[in-house]
Design a binder for this molecule. Structure first.
Ligand code: PLP
Ligand code: SF4
Length: 388
């Protein structure tokens, strides 16, 4: 065997017990999908599991799916159970603990679902849940019930069956100009099947933009092949949002995947979830956002972690989110600052603290350093002048 993950910019392997993998296999996303880690025996080839992790894996068996691509496993610290990659991928006891107020679907995807796959909540855009499958089952998934829970699904019909009803709904609602494919992870489909879905949407004249939400650039960047990008580029305008949560996830391979997307004209944005113990500090978030800009990924949303059953142990306070936003706004360029939102039944609500308050003379402004000034309403009117 030649080649090790180390040759592919994976971190060093101090424990020396990681499997050696030939480059031809390492570079092939199908190999990673086949070799996903889903048993304690397989996991022990990559990390030294703690008793808590072993207990959580055993306890969640039959309840939550567990699956880690060798690529993502190569980013885990083999000896540190608090490794931010490991916390996202290896079950923890918190998943099985009841938490006050937790729900399987607090954002109401099932409530707003109009067909088997189409969720229509906003006037001009829909999401289309096209699969339950993901390369890694992130422990913090907002759709944990749909993706990770063995018995749960948002589908009322067959996952892989006909899309006719879904496409007809979109065609019958010409106000829908923006369709976001999500899941699960839409790129779990083979290119040919994905192209059938995308061209089905493209055949609807009122659909202007197609968006894809995919974590493959983070979990298995090898999936972002030139072939996939060429296929997507045949159906432009196509946008892609991915989901980096920690600077450790930005590797040469993920940067190359992003570069392939960009070179095919597919803008890449990022959605981060604020997660306790993973990225809930200013330094980590500032590094994450600036590193994303360095690989030309535009930060889009910072999600407050929803109180989802099996995910609640990752929640932080809203104050923590404010502290992080304060540490970003003004300290780095405006287009490196995501919008901090809480996803609710009534939509995504921006919840960052404002930088202004009403003042008798106009607006009281403060900047990132805490300096304040009043802009006078005589110079910058707040209300529209009365027209005679
Ligand atoms: C997030 C979401 C969208 C897309 O929202 P944007 O703010 O446009 O990115 C659309 N529909 C639903 C149901 C969503 O949850
Ligand atoms: S890839 Fe996305 S949809 Fe899939 S488990 Fe992770 S967060 Fe959930």
């Amino acid at each position: 065997m030649s080649g090790t993950p180390g040759e592919h910019d994976a971190p060093a392997d101090p424990a020396g017990f990681r499997p050696r993998i030939p480059a031809a296999e390492w570079d092939d996303w199908r190999w990673h999908m086949r070799k996903r880690i889903n048993t304690l025996g397989k996991a022990r080839r990559w990390i030294r599991l703690t008793p808590d992790e072993e207990k959580a894996v055993a306890g969640s068996a039959g309840k939550y799916r567990w699956s880690i691509t060798p690529y993502y496993a190569s980013l885990m610290d083999p000896d540190d159970p608090t490794c931010p990659v490991r916390l996202q991928a290896v079950p923890a006891p918190g998943e099985l603990t009841e938490f006050p107020g937790s729900e399987v679907d607090p954002v109401g995807d099932m409530y707003y679902r109009k067909t088997n796959r189409v969720v229509h909540k906003y006037p001009d855009r829909v999401i289309m849940l096209i699969t339950e499958a993901c390369p890694v089952y992130c422990r913090h998934c907002t759709r944990k019930f749909h993706t990770t829970d063995v018995s749960g699904t948002y589908f009322r019909d067959d996952e892989g069956g006909s899309f006719d009803e879904d496409l007809r709904y979109i065609a019958d609602h010409p106000e829908i100009r923006d369709v976001l494919l999500t899941g699960g992870d839409p790129l779990s489909y083979q290119d040919a099947r994905l192209e059938e879905i995308v061209s089905g949407l493209r055949a609807i004249p009122s659909v202007e933009i197609i968006r894809i939400g995919s974590r493959f650039p983070v979990l298995l960047p090898q999936r972002i092949t030139d072939g996939l990008c060429e296929m997507l580029a045949r159906h432009h305008p196509v946008w892609l949002n991915t989901h980096f949560n920690h600077p450790k996830e930005i590797t040469a391979e993920s940067a190359a995947a992003v570069d392939r997307l960009l070179r095919h004209g597919i803008p890449v944005g990022n959605q981060t979830v604020l997660l306790r113990g993973i990225n809930d500090d200013v330094t980590t978030m500032r590094t994450l956002m600036t590193e994303l800009l360095r690989i030309r990924v535009r930060p889009y949303y910072l999600y407050h972690c929803d109180n989802v059953t099996g995910v609640s142990h990752f929640m932080t306070s809203v104050e923590k989110g404010w502290e992080i936003m304060e540490g970003l706004q003004g300290h780095i360029t405006g287009f490196g600052v995501p919008q901090y939102v809480l996803t609710t039944m009534i939509g995504k609500i921006p919840i960052a603290q404002p930088y202004f308050t009403p003042h008798p003379d106009g607006l009281l402004l403060r900047n990132y350093r805490g300096q304040e000034m009043v802009v006078d309403a005589a110079a910058y009117p707040i209300t529209e002048p009365d027209t005679p």
